[in-house]
Write a protein that binds this ligand. Sequence first.
Ligand SMILES: Nc1ncnc2c1ncn2[C@@H]1O[C@H](COP(=O)(O)OP(=O)(O)O)[C@@H](O)[C@H]1O
Ligand code: SF4
Ligand SMILES: [Mg+2]
Length: 344
Amino acid sequence: MSRSEIALEVKDLRTTLFMRDGNVDVVRGISFRVKEGETLALVGESGCGKTLTALSVIRLLPDPPARVTQGQVLLAGEDIRHVPEHEMRSLRGDAISMVFQEPLTSLDPVFTIGDQITEAITAHRKVSRQEARTLAAEILREVQIPSPEQRLKDYPHQLSGGMRQRVMIAMALVLDPKVLIADEPTTALDVTIQAQILDLIRAEQERRRLAVLLITHNLAVVSQVADRVAVMYAGEIVEEAPASELFANPRHPYTQGLLSSIPSAAGDRKHLYTIPGRVPDPRALPPACLFAPRCPYAINRCWNEHPGLVATDGHLLRCWNPQPFTALQAVEPGRVDPSVAASE
Ligand SMILES: Nc1ncnc2c1ncn2[C@@H]1O[C@H](COP(=O)(O)OP(=O)(O)O)[C@@H](O)[C@H]1O
Ligand code: SF4
Ligand SMILES: [Mg+2]
């Protein structure tokens, strides 16, 4: 892989919460790469550190309590971890953008859609307000918002949830960044709208050769859009592989559990597997393998020695005792019904 193809690379990233009762690492040395025109999905249950990873990358962590304490974030090969904040502000939007789960919290309720998009443009480009307004209408048209000139005059609450998410995507893309981070972009939406928003992200990615980091707890979403998948558990990546490989041959017991807990479209919804227990509190982690208390295949070593992430034929795995995925039905990418897989 040539370096120029890698739009975003994260190396050994550690994010720590500095709390009154002690410091805890919530992102524990994770690394990944996203190429131009590629979607990497970061998957895991709620609380495993996905959002803090994204906010670490784009440098919007709530500080205090959260700070990046180790590692590098390379944007087109340049480490942005230590660039001054004013420079970072210009990179945000221009080079890397983020779309959040709930567009109502990221849009300002007292300004019109048009004001907010034109503000995003004029903060970065030397253009007149009228030119910015024209660009704003153009980008709304591109994300398939009907009557864009009219919608520019609307306030966020006047739009449906799906339309608001389209506006957020428009704002994220209007300055033509190379990297888009989408954090649970469809989780707050109902199922038909989810599929449309995923289609839109996919279409924009192809048109713009975007590198997309798609964060979701929902494997059905992953199966629709991801090229590669990184599975995150308790602040670590436990498995990473091309999407087709991961769905056909999941090796980590956690991934196998996640896959077994979603029904296929034609599948049997009554006999679904549930991973026992829950994601551990970062303050009280198991001593070695972080998944051991919930793992059906744990052996002594899993309680004594932390497993490293090991690559075999491009498939990364962190596990001492992987078992073939036979007991549970494998799911083919694109064959999962999002309507039944949206819950955690
Ligand atoms: N601002 C914060 N203050 C304290 N703890 C936080 C804060 N944000 C996240 N956490 C904790 O950090 C861990 C990871 O959170 P997060 O990255 O939001 O997970 P995910 O996005 O995977 O659901 C969780 O244990 C969460 O409770
Ligand atoms: S290392 Fe052991 S406990 Fe951890 S996932 Fe693998 S088999 Fe399970
Ligand atoms: Mg989150």
